[in-house]
Design a protein around this ligand. Structure first.
Ligand SMILES: Nc1ncnc2c1ncn2[C@@H]1O[C@H](COP(=O)(O)OP(=O)(O)OP(=O)(O)O)[C@@H](O)[C@H]1O
Ligand SMILES: [Mg+2]
Length: 246
C-alpha cells in the first residue's frame, strides 16, 4: 500500500483562452516511488509538470499535495512545502560559479547560511565532480555536468518531491546513466519522483508506475510491471518513437 503524495486531478489547462492543452488529466505520484510520464512531442508532458509546479493556472480540476488542495497556492509556498522542479529547458547561469548556481537554488532559504552550506555539501556528496568544479564558471562544464548542476540546484531545499522534465535528454550516455542511478538513489531515500521522459526504454526500466499521454489526455495508466511486453503499449509507442519497449 502506498500513499499518494502528489496529484493532478481531472485538470484542464490552457496557455491562451481558446485551446485546452490538458484535458481532464489525472496523474498521481506515490510516496517513495518513481512515476514516469511518457508520450509524443506536444502531448502535454511539460505542461503537466509546469502546472504541478504552479507555473500555469488550472482551468478546471485540482492539484493535491499529501491530500491537501494546493490548486492556487503560490510557488514560494509550494517550494517551502517540499516540491522541486528540474525544467526541460536548460537554465544554468554560465558566467556564475558552480557554487553560486547552487546558492541560487536556495533562494527560498536565503539567509540560512549553515543550512545552505549543508545543502551544498549534500549535493557535492551526490555529484562529486561538481565539488571538483566548485569555483569554476558553470559555462565551462560539459552538457551532462551542467545537467548534474541543475539537478543539484533542485536539491538545495531538501525536497520531498522532485519533478523532472527530461533529465537525461541530449546528454552523453555516461552522464545519462548516472542520472538514472541518481533517480533510483533518491527513491531509495524515500523521495517521490515524477519523471517526464522521452527515453521510453529507460523510463520503463526506472519507473514503478507509468502514464502515457496523448493530446493532453491519459492514454495508459498502469504499474510498469504490467507494461513490459504489453502488446497495446508496444503498438502505441511504436507509432511515435524510435525506441522499443522489447
Ligand atoms: N508557452 C506556450 N504557449 C502556447 N502553447 C504552448 C506553450 N507551450 C506549449 N504549448 C503547446 O502545448 C502543447 C503541449 O506542449 P508540451 O510542451 O507540454 O508538450 P510535451 O509533451 O512536453 O512535448 P515535448 O516532448 O516536445 O517536450 C503543444 O501543442 C504545444 O505547442
Ligand atoms: Mg516537454
Amino acid at each position: 500500500m502506498t500513499d499518494t503524495m502528489l496529484e493532478l486531478r481531472n485538470v484542464n489547462v490552457s496557455y491562451s483562452g481558446d485551446i485546452t492543452i490538458l484535458k481532464d488529466l489525472t496523474i498521481k505520484a506515490q510516496k517513495g516511488r518513481i512515476t514516469g510520464v511518457i508520450g509524443p512531442n506536444g502531448a502535454g508532458k511539460s505542461t503537466a509538470l509546469k502546472t504541478m509546479y504552479r507555473m500555469l493556472n488550472v482551468g478546471a480540476g485540482d492539484l493535491l499535495y499529501q491530500g491537501e488542495t494546493i490548486t492556487r497556492i503560490d510557488q514560494t509556498e509550494l517550494i517551502r512545502r517540499g516540491i522541486a522542479f528540474v525544467p526541460q529547458n536548460h537554465s544554468i547561469f554560465g558566467g556564475l560559479s558552480v557554487r553560486d548556481n547552487l546558492v541560487l537554488g536556495a533562494w527560498s532559504i536565503r539567509g540560512e547560511k549553515a543550512r545552505i552550506r549543508r545543502a551544498i555539501d549534500r549535493v557535492y556528496e551526490i555529484f562529486p565532480m561538481l565539488a571538483e568544479k566548485d569555483n569554476a564558471a558553470a559555462g565551462t562544464l560539459s552538457g551532462g555536468q551542467q545537467r548534474f548542476l541543475e539537478i543539484g540546484r533542485s536539491l538545495m531545499t531538501d525536497p520531498q518531491v522532485i519533478l523532472f522534465d527530461e533529465p537525461s535528454a541530449m546528454i552523453a550516455p555516461k552522464y545519462s546513466k548516472q542520472i538514472y542511478q541518481f533517480l533510483t538513489l533518491m527513491r531509495d531515500r524515500g523521495k517521490t519522483i515524477l519523471l517526464v521522459d522521452q527515453n521510453v526504454r529507460q523510463c520503463v526500466n526506472v519507473s514503478d508506475h507509468l502514464y502515457v499521454l496523448e493530446l493532453g489526455r491519459n492514454k495508459i495508466d498502469c504499474p510498469t510491471a504490467a507494461m513490459n511486453g504489453n502488446a497495446e503499449m508496444t503498438d502505441l509507442i511504436s507509432g511515435w518513437i524510435a525506441h522499443k519497449v522489447d
